[in-house]
Ligand binder design. Structure first.
Ligand code: GLU
Length: 309
């Protein structure tokens, strides 16, 4: 019988862009990678808009990215989920972690952290020191915490040592070839930002669980965060997904394409007359690791990806 499996046995993945700018070809590469994986595994593909950061995300970028993904020919099987509509669930998780005593309020400013890290390392150039949290607020008394929380802005930090202990110290994540990778968390990371109350790391694990995501297909830039996500899943008793990290598309100088570099946007390509089918085929060619055009290569781009006259 060719019956459909019950929903709970299906593989499900998601593409989860943040609307902080227009989508560029690096984002399209990632979305297509995710969609190809879903097709190959008969998995559902969902779209989640990661728009919790109201200081950087804008509704015009959300609209533009949905338009761009449709233009590219991508489809998703359920209504789009918006993280900004689920902030209650993230705040609840903060409360849960607080009750477990694995997070603490941190009152430090970036400048203070840099100075303290430099002091501890006796480094001559404070500004060059990587901002890893030195643990300044970790052991403040409950009394001091309560006092300062009344009138100082604070972030919530994970007490990593305590959190690892709480889950039995054995935190690793599984990749699609069945290999386990040890976490690489080396300092108390922020779980609740001063300005928005929670963080990407927290929101992403809550939503992956809430949406029943079985497989997470995303760029290599998030590989290092996976141990953090796994630790949060263990603490919050959320299911464990399988992770796949793909290489990032680079530009002609071998640099990763990123919004901040003003790399070629899908909107720009569309307006130039690029054909979505051609762009898709180009970006999904086996062995495609780079975008071999500069922003000024209009004719070259159209030769390869434009309509034939
Ligand atoms: N929102 C993240 C980004 O745009 C992706 C999150 C994820 O795939 O886990 O980089």
């Amino acid at each position: 019988m060719n019956q459909k499996q019950p929903d709970s046995l299906h593989y499900r993945t998601r593409f989860a862009p943040s609307p902080t700018g227009l989508l560029h070809v690096g984002n399209a590469y990632s979305a297509l990678f995710c969609a190809a994986w879903a097709k190959q595994h008969d998995a559902e593909l969902l779209l989640r808009i990661e728009d919790i950061d109201h200081t950087r995300c804008k509704p015009i970028y959300t609209d533009a990215l949905i338009e761009d993904l449709h233009w590219l020919g991508l489809e998703w099987s359920k209504p789009v989920q918006y993280q900004s509509q689920h902030t209650g669930a993230y705040m609840q998780a903060i409360e849960q972690l607080r009750e477990m005593q694995v997070i603490y309020p941190c009152f430090c400013t970036r400048k203070e952290i840099r100075e303290e890290t430099a002091r501890m390392a006796s480094a001559p150039h404070a500004a060059d020191v990587l901002v890893e949290y030195p643990g300044t607020c970790r052991d403040r008394s409950i009394y001091e915490q309560a006092q300062r929380m009344q009138d100082e802005p604070f972030a919530w930090r994970l007490n990593v040592e305590r959190a690892l202990k709480a889950v039995g110290d054995d935190v690793s994540w599984l990749d699609s070839s069945g290999l386990r990778h040890a976490h690489t968390i080396d300092h108390d990371i922020i779980i609740g930002r001063k300005d928005i109350g929670f963080s990407y790391h927290l929101a992403v694990v809550i939503d992956d669980a809430a949406q029943g995501i079985t497989h997470i297909v995303r760029g290599d830039d998030l590989r290092e965060s996976t141990g953090i996500h796994r630790l949060l899943q263990c603490l919050l008793e959320l299911p464990e997904p399988v992770y796949m990290h793909h290489g990032l598309l680079c530009d002609i100088d071998g640099e990763r394409l990123a919004k901040r570099h003003g790399s070629t946007t899908l909107k720009g390509l569309r307006q130039l007359g690029v054909e979505p089918q051609k762009l898709r085929a180009f970006l999904t060619e086996p062995g495609r690791y780079s975008w071999p055009f500069s922003d000024t290569d209009r004719d070259k781009i159209l030769d390869v990806l434009g309509k034939r006259p």
